[in-house]
Design a protein around this ligand. Structure first.
Ligand code: ADE
Length: 232
């Protein structure tokens, strides 16, 4: 039986899911409140991890160790790096990379941690296909793309940095947790998927757009997740 960990960095990324689920148990660890119960008939644990890569990685490990999750879903918002993805649209991870890792001096490609043997964390194909299906059902008017999530402990809000993330990493969206969740899933040998709705274009207008659109975008991703969990 699947038990699905659902992580959002911020409360606004998980509040709708918490409201929709039947909560059976609440546990606090590392300052994170884990809500265990059912969502649309599926066994889930929903949690706000806090922002950034360390919070996200810790959160995955607690979900694995304490709740024995079998799958992990990351839901939330992101900056678009793909001209096809407008504000509100959805990017579903094919893979995820840490864009702030640099051990090139030792011969590793940008994004690859030494001695890991992996740079791109590959999302579960079945989850990706199911997520696309759910998105078309619940968000029929939005563009949905599969592609690459690039993550770092940085809010991307400049044309130059955006350009570099596209040129160096071929990213489709930028955010601050996805690759860490993918990394944690890889180490624990469980399938993962990152689902992100676009809140801004990760450029000079990002700060203003983000503030204006984060709530609406986060709802698009959560709505998709609510439908997806029953299919897993
Ligand atoms: N999350 C949403 N927009 C983002 C951006 N531009 N950079 C990093 N994380 C984000």
């Amino acid at each position: 039986m699947a038990k699905i960990g659902i992580i959002g960095a911020m409360e606004l990324e998980v509040d709708a899911l918490k409201a929709a689920m039947e909560v059976k148990n609440t546990v606090t660890r590392a300052g994170m409140e884990f809500k265990e119960g059912t969502l649309n008939g599926a066994d889930v644990v929903v949690v706000r991890s806090g922002i950034g890569k360390v919070n996200a990685a810790l959160c995955v490990q607690i979900l694995v160790d304490l709740f024995q999750i079998t799958h992990v879903i990351n839901t939330g918002v992101a900056g678009s790096l793909n001209a096809d993805l407008d504000i509100g649209d959805i990017l579903i991870s094919k893979d995820a990379i840490h864009h702030d890792v640099d051990a090139t001096v030792f011969g590793y490609p940008l994004g690859e941690l030494p001695q890991m043997g992996i740079r791109e964390f590959i999302a579960d194909e079945k989850l990706v296909n199911l997520a696309v299906e759910s998105c078309k059902k619940v968000n029929p008017d939005l563009t949905v793309r599969t592609g690459r999530v690039v993550s770092g402990d940085q809010f991307i809000s400049s044309d130059d940095v955006k350009k570099r993330l596209i040129e160096v990493f071929h990213g489709d969206c930028a955010e601050m947790e996805g690759a860490s969740i993918a990394h944690g899933a890889y180490l624990n040998k469980i399938p993962f998927i990152v689902i992100r709705a676009i809140s801004d274009k990760a450029d000079g207008s990002a700060e203003m757009d983000y503030t204006a659109f984060e709530h609406e975008a986060a709802k698009h991703s959560a709505r998709l997740v609510e439908d997806l969990v029953q299919k897993i």
